[in-house]
Design a protein around this ligand. Structure first.
Ligand code: NAD
Ligand code: IPM
Ligand code: MN
Length: 358
């Protein structure tokens, strides 16, 4: 297989973690007889500094020309005072929209090797966590119109965003969730706020309609506040969680920390066709950027998702996942998942260890 990958390292720890993931991908390619070529594209703060905007046209073109895109992270304090429309985060939202990536798959698995790094009580951790959060990624309050940065209402500064979905946007993400459940434990929990929000009531009605196409999959519904609570109370009850953009953003960070650290969680952002973006769920971690402290595993596991979803290379994906488990089993840990008696390593060493074990 010949793989054309566009790299978007971005900001903060982005370049450090993408560098490790590239080493791992190169090793997999060599071992299994594939070729990889790379292009580089600017996004986020790095793009703002170089071009004045967070998503240059060249970047969109480079992503479209690739088979898949590997993203580090965007954002940081340097750009936090910019207006919403030209912030680094707007670059990421823009490229997701430009590529039509409406489905964000965020699998959270508590690896047995990391049970000790899980913050939950040992008996709850022992039941495990193996959930696929299917987050809608190009709709909802992130993209809803109208938006008002600020206006005066009754003499008071007032601002708003709009949470909006049409039935087709709900239907297509629901289908992704049901299809994913079919390959797993055949349970979908749809998370909404239908007791309060009109948009959630439409969401729920459409999900129920789609469920009719999947009689073999069990559908349940949960309000988002309860879901946040249930995730830490009894994480093992979940198989696939499908939810709208903002709820999914929040719940996946929560699910991540159950696995030990947000530095562990990969994701795949996929559309109906064309290249997907493979991205850790965490951000640019400005507090540890440039210190060789970041955990590169989320990005490395995102490469495994890329091999699986874009190229259908299951053996190669599993090789990466097993290499990660192996390194953890041997006791190597970055700071975020460090436990007593384990060996603390930096970003580069973690990348090298996984690469060697592929
Ligand atoms: P963050 O995920 O960057 O960091 C939250 C905490 O987790 C920090 O303490 C950080 O050190 C830690 N952390 C994150 N990734 C880690 C890793 N790989 N290894 C070890 N520790 C890790 O979230 P934040 O602090 O809320 O946001 C920082 C910036 O990142 C903001 O500008 C935000 O907008 C941006 N952000 C970008 C993305 C993305 O590009 N996909 C995602 C989330 C946040
Ligand atoms: C994520 C991030 C982004 C999001 C931000 C940076 C736009 O938090 O990828 O989870 O909210 O989608
Ligand atoms: Mn997030």
């Amino acid at each position: 297989m010949d793989m054309k990958i566009c790299l978007m390292p971005g900001d903060g720890i982005g370049p450090e973690i993408v560098e490790q993931a590239v080493k791992v991908l190169d090793k997999v390619a060599k071992k299994f007889g594939h070729t990889v070529s790379y292009t580089n594209a600017l996004i986020g703060g790095a793009a703002i500094d170089a071009t004045g905007g967070p998503l240059p046209d060249d970047t969109v073109a480079a992503c479209k020309a690739a088979d898949a895109v590997l993203l580090g992270a965007v954002g940081g304090p340097k750009w936090d005072t910019l207006p919403t429309a030209i912030r680094p985060e707007k670059g990421l939202l823009g490229i997701r929209k430009a590529l039509g990536l409406f489905a964000n798959l965020r699998p959270a698995t508590l690896l047995p090797e990391l049970a000790g790094a899980c913050l939950l009580r040992a008996d709850i951790a022992a039941q495990g966590l193996d959930v696929m959060v299917v987050r809608e990624l190009t709709g909802g309050v992130y993209f809803g119109e109208p938006v008002c940065e600020e206006e005066l209402r009754d003499g008071l500064r007032t601002s708003y965003n709009t949470m909006i979905y049409n039935e087709e946007e709900v239907r297509r993400i629901a289908r992704v969730a049901f299809e994913a459940a079919r390959k797993r434990s055949k349970k979908v929990c749809s998370v909404d706020k239908a007791n309060v929000l009109a948009v959630s009531r439409l969401w729920r009605a459409v999900v129920i309609e789609v469920a009719g196409e999947y009689p073999d999959v069990e559908l349940t519904h949960m309000y988002v506040d309860n879901a946040a609570m249930q995730l830490v109370r009894w994480p093992a009850q979940f198989d696939v969680i499908v939810t709208e953009n903002l709820f999914g953003d929040i719940l996946s960070d929560e699910a991540a920390v159950i696995t030990g650290s947000i530095g562990m969680l990969p994701s795949a952002s996929l559309g109906a066709s064309g290249p997907g973006i493979f991205e850790p769920i965490h951000g640019s971690a400005p507090d540890i950027a440039g210190q060789n402290k970041a955990n590169p595993v989320a990005t490395i596991l995102s490469v495994a998702m890329m091999l699986r979803y874009t190229f259908g290379l299951e053996k190669e994906a599993v090789a990466i996942e097993q290499a990660v488990s192996g390194v953890l089993r041997e006791g190597y840990r970055t700071g975020d998942i460090m436990e007593e008696g384990k060996t603390l390593v930096g970003t580069v060493s973690m990348g090298n260890l996984v690469t060697e074990r592929v």
